[in-house]
Design a protein around this ligand. Structure first.
Ligand code: FAD
Length: 287
């Protein structure tokens, strides 16, 4: 029997705002390296705008060049102009970082720049600037909160992929059937790039409340019951949240998902628990 690597496993981390937080994150990343992910992606803040070099790129550099794990730098461009994006692309090239998650970013009350109205504008721009970049895009099984309906959401997702995306990563979701519907609709629409399923383990009540406010992602009844039952028992809530994520991953890998993207929330312990319970599922046995 031979174990043949098949499904991708990636982690997502976010850069903290302080030096102490960054040192702590580097230790977390050292622990995540032991789990041999295919890549680690590093988020960018929409508020930091041009400060990405001191935040996202610094962490991605550590992942790529100290840990030797491929890093994916997130880049949200609604508040950047073409020259600023060029500068960032050059910084990434200097550090040997060749994978970018191209995003529009959330629109706030501040006026946006006029160069990148949507992520597909950024994808096209990066593709034309240097075709050696691998470009990833975001997608939304529960549809993007601004989209009027699934039809327009899919129309623009297809446009984004056709602009040059090599892979997609989904927004987190809790109902795997939503993902399977989404996968099927992608196939019908002719979207053929790999789709990594975004899984976020909910390990405390505040995280769940925050998510419900910011994402368009409904919590299934089973999870609402868990939150109600273990509201005042943080340890039980954490155990149940991790078990829920493991259950999702077992089902997704059984159904031949292209890969799992784990939103780690910078928590190595949770990622390790999930990895411990599921790592063999990422390999296909060949007899
Ligand atoms: P787009 O693909 O541009 O879509 C945004 C909306 O515009 C959608 O409703 C879409 O249907 C619509 N649309 C697209 N093209 C057109 C068009 N031509 N005409 C009209 N409508 C159109 N945010 C951050 O700030 N930092 C991060 O690091 C970050 N990482 C993320 C990682 C993942 C995996 C995901 C799923 C999201 C992430 N986000 C991040 C959140 C993301 O920035 C927001 O969801 C944002 O609102 C949309 O970004 P997008 O790139 O998906 O936008």
């Amino acid at each position: 029997m031979v174990n043949n690597p098949k499904k991708m496993l990636s982690f997502e981390v976010f850069p903290p705002n302080t030096e102490v937080g960054t040192s702590k994150l580097f230790k977390t990343l050292d622990e995540l390296k032991e789990l041999s992910p295919d890549f680690i992606s590093v988020t960018c803040s929409n508020n930091n705008r041009t400060d990405i070099g001191h935040t996202t790129i610094r962490v991605a550099d550590y992942v790529n060049n100290t840990l030797n794990i491929p890093a994916v730098a997130h880049l949200s461009a609604a508040y950047l102009d073409k020259n600023q994006v060029k500068e960032i692309l050059e910084q990434l090239k200097t550090k040997g970082i060749h994978q970018i998650l191209a995003l529009r970013g959330d629109i706030t009350t501040l006026p946006t720049k006029n160069d990148f109205h949507f992520a597909s504008d950024l994808v096209r721009f990066i593709r034309a600037y240097d075709e050696t970049f691998e470009i990833l895009g975001a997608c939304y099984p529960d549809i993007h909160p601004e989209s009027q309906n699934r039809v327009t959401d899919f129309h623009y997702l297809k446009e984004k992929v056709d602009s040059g995306c090599d892979k997609l990563i989904t927004q987190l979701f809790f109902d795997n059937n939503t993902f399977y519907d989404f996968q099927e609709r992608c196939a019908i629409a002719g979207i053929e790039v790999p789709i990594l399923a975004g899984i976020m383990p909910i390990v405390n009540r505040n995280q769940a409340i925050r998510l419900l406010k910011t994402c368009n992602t409904p919590l299934p009844k089973k999870f609402v019951r868990i939150l109600e039952k273990y509201e005042h028992n943080p340890l039980a809530l954490k155990d149940a949240g991790i078990a829920f994520a493991i259950d999702q991953i077992i089902d997704l890998t059984t159904e031949d998902v292209d890969g799992i993207h784990l939103y780690t929330m910078n928590n190595a312990e949770t990622a390790k628990s999930i990895h411990h319970a599921t790592s063999s599922l990422f390999y296909q046995e060949l007899s």
